[in-house]
Ligand binder design. Structure first.
Ligand SMILES: Cc1cc2nc3c(=O)[nH]c(=O)nc-3n(C[C@H](O)[C@H](O)[C@H](O)COP(=O)(O)OP(=O)(O)OC[C@H]3O[C@@H](n4cnc5c(N)ncnc54)[C@H](O)[C@@H]3O)c2cc1C
Length: 385
């Protein structure tokens, strides 16, 4: 067992850190407070080869590893937390499920712009009546000749206000086996992107409406029975969520550490107060613990898709450690940390959302408990006999 990064991983992380310092440091605070997708940063990140890092070269990817993609998020977030969303969107989000299952024609049509930082894809899974219980989704897809007709709606989709392509979970028929997914372009007939709303973290999201929306059958990603495959792809997305949570926790931690070394009260630097030293000890320990679970899951992903169990543990640990560290860091920074001139408050707000998105803390615990007992625990009430 070796707890060190390999030489290749270290060299990759160093190169990304240099790029982030050179190109992304300027404007980091402004980017964090802008609701729009940071397109300019996206193009620089694409040019640096940080989109599609672990995707096959023949798909336009970089042929790297999942660990490289995790390291890229970490190094970018250390300098510009908002830009880590771009690395997420180009490596871990719905794009990952897309690359796994899309046809060569679908890849040819959409990947060049997605990997070039010129467009972004949004995932539509959640509906008003289907949140944690995602298999209760009601949006229907009916194949009529060479078209698919879609009716229903989605809420809370990340990047929905900016995306030009949407990966939408739909119901072709009853039950879990009836679930699949389709690709819908903005502007498709019968598809409306509603007025943007705002999350507490500052992100915009737009409700999506499908009223007899029509797409060609060639835009089906996974037909009926595709749900399990989609969720396997979604496990990778969880690692992106976990990486950003941890990275933003570290970003806030670093700000607080610097502050504690330089800010003086009562005639001494803050770091000399034991009450604050203990906060730093706890923050650091929790960040390091979560880091190990994240790396373990990422390494598993190099031998195929990482397991649901490992990703659930990594995400839970990173969400909680990142949140704890960012929140404590804000406290150490005092009024400065609470001010929007500092990125600490931004890190707190962003990590808070990831404790709900991509599998809430409670759903992750349910998943982990199934692993503990080696059996499933259906969450629905038993059927009346
Ligand atoms: C920042 C952010 C980004 C998001 N991005 C996307 C996106 O890109 N695409 C998309 O489709 N959706 C997205 N979502 C939606 C997200 O997936 C849902 O919010 C999430 O699945 C929870 O569903 P819900 O909000 O309906 O809560 P509910 O499912 O109603 O849950 C409410 C509470 O009850 C708990 N709970 C529910 N069931 C159980 C159970 N069986 N055991 C224990 N506790 C339970 C939950 O953990 C939660 O605390 C995003 C959400 C956020 C906050």
């Amino acid at each position: 067992m070796n707890f060190e990064l390999s030489e290749d991983d270290k060299a990759f992380a160093d190169a990304v850190a240099r790029f982030a310092r050179d190109k992304l440091a300027k404007g980091a605070v402004e980017r964090a407070h802008s609701p729009e997708y940071p397109w300019e940063a996206a193009r620089m990140i694409a040019e640096q080869g940080l989109l599609g890092i672990a995707f096959p070269v023949e798909d336009g990817g970089q042929g790297g590893t999942l660990m490289h993609a995790v390291l890229a998020i970490q190094e970018v977030a250390a300098v510009c937390p908002r830009s880590a969303d771009i690395v997420q969107a180009g490596n871990f989000g719905p794009i990952r499920t897309f690359v796994e299952y899309a046809t060569p024609e679908q890849k040819k049509r959409y990947l060049p712009d997605l990997l070039g930082g010129r467009s972004v894809i949004s995932l539509g899974m959640t509906e008003p009546e289907a949140g944690s219980a995602v298999t209760e989704l009601r949006t229907t897809a009916e194949i009529r000749g060479d078209e698919v007709v879609i009716n229903g709606g989605k809420i809370f989709s990340t990047h929905s206000s900016d995306a030009s392509l949407f990966l939408i979970y739909v119901r072709f028929g009853p039950g879990v086996d009836g679930i699949g997914s389709v690709l819908i372009e903005r502007g498709a007939p019968g598809f409306t992107v509603g007025k943007p709303g705002r999350f507490m973290n500052g992100e915009q999201w737009s409700p999506l409406y499908f009223e007899n929306a029509r797409i060609p059958v060639s835009n089906i990603l996974l037909g009926p029975g595709g749900f399990k495959k989609q969720i396997a792809g979604f496990n990778v997305e969880r690692l992106g969520n976990a990486s950003r949570s941890l990275a933003l926790g570290r970003h806030a931690f670093n700000l607080a550490r610097e502050h504690a070394l330089t800010r003086r009260q009562f005639g001494r630097p803050l770091c000399e107060f034991q009450g604050l030293q203990w906060k730093f000890a706890d923050m650091w320990m929790r960040l390091e613990q979560a880091q190990l679970l994240l790396y373990r899951a990422a390494l598993e992903g190099e031998r195929g898709l990482p397991s649901a169990q490992s990703t659930a543990m990594a995400k839970l640990a990173c969400n909680e450690a990142g949140w704890f560290a960012a929140n404590e860091a804000l406290q150490v920074l005092g009024g400065t940390g609470f001010s929007q001139d500092s990125l600490a408050e931004y890190c707190v707000r962003r990590i808070r959302g990831w404790m709900i998105a991509g599998g809430s803390l409670e759903m992750l615990r349910n998943r982990i408990a199934e692993g503990v007992f080696g059996r499933s625990f259906p969450q629905r009430p038993p059927k009346a006999t």
